[in-house]
Design a protein around this ligand. Structure first.
Ligand SMILES: O=C(CO)[C@H](O)[C@H](O)COP(=O)(O)O
Ligand SMILES: [Fe+2]
Length: 212
């Protein structure tokens, strides 16, 4: 299992130190919220640039914005591995094209209420499916078990068709819910409050990484 700590819950007054505590993870998950697509604002390209310059980890950018197309260049750094956009946001096809032009891997996410089938036409061309297990907008929410069926669905389709995407889960992930995700085909776990509220984050990451 690959692990992507969500930097949203970090203490930004000591960003560099916070980044060091999660350096054993596979990715840093970076949540971008615009106050329109979700009822919250996080931070933008300038702060993300500081994150990018202060970590050796690869970045997994989660864009919760209404118009992602105009933000792709701003979040393309040398260590940006994935940019994930929401199916429910504007200009999806053009945005996917732009992410690929920037030589970044493409992720698509769906909100908890969105039908999983809407992603069918995209699955052969993308690198990551992000299953939201909370309503996007805030860290620290309770995991929604209804997301498990979606993971299983994308996992079965992946096997059947030999697709290449990762199946990432975001929201309310801890050791207990992470195990359920692992059993249902998840390959990357995002964890924010669970890891950042821990004394020993390295141990926390190890624990999640062992799940299968
Ligand atoms: O995209 C997100 C919220 O919209 C965050 O990545 C997610 O909530 C992670 O935080 P936590 O693990 O605390 O639930
Ligand atoms: Fe996220």
């Amino acid at each position: 299992m690959k692990i992507a700590p969500s930097i949203l819950t970090a203490d930004f007054t000591k960003l560099k130190k916070e980044l060091e505590t999660i350096e054993t993870a596979d990715y840093i998950h970076v949540d971008i919220m615009d106050g329109n697509f979700v009822p919250n604002i996080s931070f933008g390209p300038a702060i993300t640039k500081q994150i990018s310059q202060n970590t050796k980890n690869l970045l997994d950018i989660h864009l919760m914005v209404l118009d992602p197309l105009k933000w792709i260049d701003g979040f393309t750094f040398s260590n940006t591995e994935y940019i994930t956009v929401h199916y429910e946001s504007n200009n999806l096809d053009e945005t996917i094209k732009k992410i690929k032009q920037n030589k970044v891997k493409v992720g698509i996410s769906i909100k908890p209420e969105t039908d999983k089938e809407v992603l069918l036409p995209y699955l052969k061309d993308i690198d990551l499916v992000l299953v939201m297990s909370v309503e996007p907008g805030f860290g620290g929410q309770k995991f929604m078990a209804s997301s498990l069926d979606k993971m299983q669905y994308f996992s079965e389709l992946k096997k059947k068709n030999n697709y290449n995407y990762e199946i990432e889960v975001d929201g309310g992930v801890n050791l207990e819910t992470g195990l359920l995700c692992a059993k249902n085909g998840a390959t990357i776990l995002v964890a924010g409050s669970y890891l950042f509220n821990m004394e020993d984050r390295k141990k926390g990451i190890e624990g999640l990484a062992c799940l299968k």
